[in-house]
Design a protein around this ligand. Structure first.
Ligand code: FAD
Ligand code: NAD
Length: 400
């Protein structure tokens, strides 16, 4: 009999935590571990709003997967997963006709964009989904700023940036944008007051569900930098010319960035698994219902709190799940028992550009504001690089 085959799909927060836990804890002849990822690099999803706004070099957010895995313990396949069959226990890949068989499958493919039925989102909006979609936002805005000057018509829609949703991604993105604008305007000889940033939120508040005092702090800070917030205003469609709001009002803009939420990877639905907004409600061992060998983590998993409300999908949870799952896999392979996964939230910190932030920390949700929160956020970012590549990578990538 061959070695048990463990296949991990996705080298993001969840997938890498699992693989690195496995390679550390397992001996050479205990399992055959395969990691599949679209790109030869890992990108740090939690930083994508920065290259999107143009405040960070996109290369800063990525790390070569080769440098993160032990090649003698982990086989890396750079390919696109096009599907998997939990009954046949195979994974399908875009680059080969041959299916990859597994004994244990770990799905850590990250999120897809949620449209909530709004029309034209995927066709017309810019998305902060991956490294290249983030790059496209920066370049799209720069291109439109250049067009504004080149055309001679001075069409101000080219300088209008509509940001859909006012959740964490939007607030962090807008925070970076307001930092970038003075440089961008200087580069393209455009008066700052000509540029409009309009953040449009369906709910009655910015960052719904988050601490009101911190939300007010963020809104006051960003409004003071010229950001216009429109709440209670669902976007119903994104067109080539801008967005259409509920009630029919059109906001014309050449730059529309959609951050109205995420759903699980479409491959889970295509596989026939029961999902809620594309995510699978996993059991206490992070398994899909009905399968002992299919584990789902990160943005594709749905974990509920004591009040039966789903936790939001975060890197924090994906990391904890990956770490826990690696321990459980090792236990299973050695004939032991798995332990249940229980999420342990450590807090939530969001940046408002380079120097300012907001957050809640620890069990008592202690509030942090301003520079302190910004520093904390940078430490959290640096910690991920430390986990991945030790002190040298953390030093190389830290933005302290
Ligand atoms: P990911 O980390 O997104 O990784 C998925 C991986 O799968 C990627 O490498 C991708 O290329 C690969 N992949 C996808 N499809 C395929 C395919 N078909 N075939 C092969 N490979 C594939 N959370 C926090 O806790 N704190 C934060 O501060 C925070 N900030 C955020 C900021 C932004 C701008 C965004 C967008 C999200 C932020 N989040 C934050 C949420 C966090 O990024 C996600 O919850 C987290 O990345 C989920 O981890 P994951 O492993 O499920 O997916
Ligand atoms: P989100 O779901 O947190 O926010 C999306 C926002 O868009 C919501 O406020 C929602 O009401 C609004 N919305 C939905 N449909 C709309 C419509 N048609 N028109 C206008 N507004 C609409 O999504 P996100 O901000 O992309 O974040 C995704 C996940 O990543 C979340 O779990 C979030 O907690 C996490 N995240 C965390 C951080 C952090 O901790 N610093 C940063 C970014 C993202």
């Amino acid at each position: 009999m061959g070695l048990p085959k463990i296949v991990v799909m996705g080298a993001g927060f969840g997938g890498l935590m699992t693989v690195r836990g496995l390679q550390k804890q397992l001996n050479h002849q205990e399992a055959e571990i395969t990691l599949i990822n679209l790109n030869p690099y890992h990108y740090v999803t939690t930083q994508l709003h920065e290259p999107a706004a143009g405040t960070l070099d996109p290369n800063h957010t990525r790390v070569a997967i080769d440098s993160l895995i032990s090649r003698d313990k982990v086989r890396f396949i750079q390919d696109k997963v096009t599907g998997f069959d939990p009954k046949e226990k195979v994974v399908r890949l875009a680059g080969t006709e041959e299916n990859l068989s597994y004994d244990y499958l770990i799905c850590a493919l990250g999120a897809n964009t949620e449209t909530f039925g709004a029309k034209g989102v995927l066709e017309n909006a810019l998305l902060i989904n991956n490294l290249n979609s983030a790059r496209m936002i920066r370049e799209h805005i720069e291109y439109n700023f250049a067009r504004y000057q080149a055309s001679g018509e001075k069409n101000e829609e080219l300088l209008t940036i509509v940001v859909g949703g006012a959740g964490f991604t939007s607030v962090e993105f807008v925070g970076e944008l307001v930092d970038r604008l003075p440089y961008l305007c200087a580069e393209f000889d455009i008066p700052r007051e000509k540029v409009k940033i309009i953040t449009i939120e369906a709910a009655p508040t910015v960052m719904p569900g988050f601490d009101k005092e911190l939300v007010d702090y963020a809104v006051n800070y960003l409004s003071g930098k010229g950001v216009d917030f429109r709440i209670n205003t669902p976007i119903e469609a994104v067109t080539e010319d801008g967005v259409i709001l509920k009630g029919g009002e059109e906001v014309k803009a050449a730059n529309v960035v959609w951050n109205c939420g995420v759903r699980g990877n479409s491959l889970l639905e295509e596989t026939g698994l029961e999902t809620m907004r594309g995510r699978v409600k996993v059991d206490e061992f992070l398994r899909a219902p009905g399968y002992e060998d299919l584990f789902i983590i990160g943005d594709n998993s749905l974990v509920f709190n004591d009040e039966e409300r789903p936790y939001p999908p975060t890197a924090q949870m994906a990391m904890q799940q990956g770490q826990h799952l690696a321990k459980n896999m090792v236990a299973v392979l050695r004939g032991g028992d798995m332990t249940p996964y229980v999420y342990a939230p450590k807090g939530t910190v969001a940046s408002l550009g380079r120097k300012i932030g907001i957050g809640t920390v620890g069990k008592n949700n202690k509030k942090v504001f301003g520079r302190k929160a910004s520093l904390l956020k940078k430490i959290i970012d640096a910690r991920w690089f430390f986990i991945l590549g030790g002190i040298s990578l953390a030093f190389k990538k830290a933005k302290l």
